[in-house]
Design a binder for this molecule. Structure first.
Ligand code: URA
Length: 212
């Protein structure tokens, strides 16, 4: 598994405001989108493209456009929805699938409660959006879901990751032949006894959308 931890002062600056408990929801949502756009730049470095020629007002020019089938972006509901706009801004023609997953706060086990994805993901590049890689349970379940539909190229984009979650992911897919990549804004210190990332930013879904 390839892991890319963003090392850019603009991302760290925006993350610092995101972490601050005084940051309100509208600012939190806007910053999340901005961070995702910056992370998406790295995450899509190997997006499939094809050569094309275009006529400029001056001469013919050689260029690239996104290859078909187009990539599939999969936000994990609920908090991953807050990342969708930032991703779509960079890659507006991608298709969007939805996966609803919830983790039991006691057992920390993830279960799927909703799924709106193409039946066949063979040959599709998939980008999973999930802000917090904590225990790894949700992301492992989401990746397994996409693998079962034939995906062979999966990149997870997370705002923050914990070492425990990365270890779980690496173990789960150690023998996988499928290309799996993780792009994260920062690698934090650890998880606390409730499965929250430390220092983290708290509950990403609640900070994006309020407590419901
Ligand atoms: N999910 C969150 O929203 N925050 C954490 O710290 C861990 C999981």
């Amino acid at each position: 598994m390839k892991i890319h931890i963003a090392d850019h002062p603009l991302i760290t600056h925006k993350l610092t405001v995101l972490r601050d408990e005084r940051t309100d929801s509208p600012t939190f949502r806007r910053l999340t989108e901005e961070i995702v756009t910056l992370l998406a730049y790295e995450a899509t470095r190997e997006v499939k493209v094809e050569s094309v020629n275009v006529k400029t007002p001056v001469a013919m020019a050689q260029g690239l456009h996104l290859a078909k089938p187009k990539p599939v972006v999969v936000p994990i509901l609920r908090a991953g929805l807050g990342m969708l706009e930032g991703m779509s801004r960079l890659i507006p023609t991608a298709e969007i699938g939805f996966l609803g997953m919830v983790r039991d706060e006691k057992t920390l086990q993830a279960t799927t409660y909703a799924n709106r994805l193409p039946e066949d993901l063979t040959g599709r590049q998939c980008y999973i959006l999930d802000p917090m890689l904590a225990t790894g349970g949700t992301l492992v379940a989401a990746i397994e879901f996409l693998l079962a539909k034939g995906a062979t190229d999966i990149t997870a984009i997370c705002i923050l990751a914990a070492p425990e979650g990365i270890a779980v992911l690496e173990k789960a897919f150690a023998n996988s032949k499928v290309a799996i990549k993780l792009v994260t804004g920062a690698l934090d210190e650890k998880l606390n006894e409730h499965g929250y990332i430390v220092p983290g930013l708290g509950d990403a879904g609640d900070r994006l959308y309020g407590v419901v």
